[in-house]
Design a protein around this ligand. Structure first.
Ligand SMILES: NC(=O)c1ccc[n+]([C@@H]2O[C@H](COP(=O)([O-])OP(=O)(O)OC[C@H]3O[C@@H](n4cnc5c(N)ncnc54)[C@H](OP(=O)(O)O)[C@@H]3O)[C@@H](O)[C@H]2O)c1
Length: 178
């Protein structure tokens, strides 16, 4: 069971604009059956974690509908409303305890840290992030939500082009020695 941070990024390392727009991403060309595309990835995922902004984006974008079949942990300090359907669990617990719950719920499948970047970093800080999958869209944003605001060493284990996207899969080696 592998814990992945799978995300798209601008070439300059942002996963959303400063006002949490993904228009720059959703307008890009991708082959859903092509290399490192989402359908093949999500089929192997048994549990998800995301931060409050990402959850709010999904709820806005899907107009309140929740399409994930997997149990999802949403990290927040606020009172938030769960979607009518789906298994959404709000938490502000330690990432280690949440990760253990996710492993138990995932039933042998992988874990997806959806984002944002700092939440993925919190799992990396605890030594719980195994892989980072990046789809680089051919844009720069100049500013926005950071991809992974940590100092980490990564090993490149797969590279592909999917239409507009440069895709890389990395193993997390860990924080460099001080
Ligand atoms: N390009 C892509 O493929 C992609 C993928 C994923 C996300 N995104 C986008 O990227 C943006 C990410 O936004 P973001 O950088 O603000 O990150 P985020 O992780 O989505 O949200 C950050 C918020 O999550 C809560 N949070 C994080 N860690 C927590 C913890 N340990 N305990 C309790 N609450 C915690 C806090 O919310 P509160 O304290 O306010 O409750 C924090 O302000 C969103 O717009 C999202 O839609 C893009």
């Amino acid at each position: 069971m592998t814990t992945h941070f799978y995300t798209a990024s601008s070439v300059d390392g942002f996963i959303a604009t400063t006002d949490h727009s993904l228009d720059w991403l959703l307008s890009q060309d991708i082959d859903e059956d092509g290399p490192m595309a989402y359908p093949g990835f999500i089929a192997r995922v048994g549990a998800l974690a995301m931060g409050a902004s990402t959850f709010e984006w999904v709820m806005r974008h899907e107009k309140g509908r929740w399409d994930y079949a997997q149990p999802t942990w949403v990290f927040t300090h606020r009172e938030m409303s769960a979607p009518e359907h789906g298994d959404v669990r709000f938490t502000q617990d330690d990432v280690r305890r949440v990760h253990a719950e996710m492993l138990a719920a995932a039933d042998g499948k992988d874990i997806w840290i959806v984002g944002g970047g700092d939440l993925a970093g919190q799992f990396a800080d605890a030594g719980l992030l195994d892989e980072v999958w990046l789809q680089y869209a051919p844009v720069t944003l100049g500013a926005g939500a950071p991809l992974l605001p940590r100092r980490l060493d990564l090993e490149l284990i797969e590279v592909a082009r999917n239409r507009s996207f440069l895709c890389g899969r990395y193993r997390v080696v860990g924080a460099p020695a001080p």
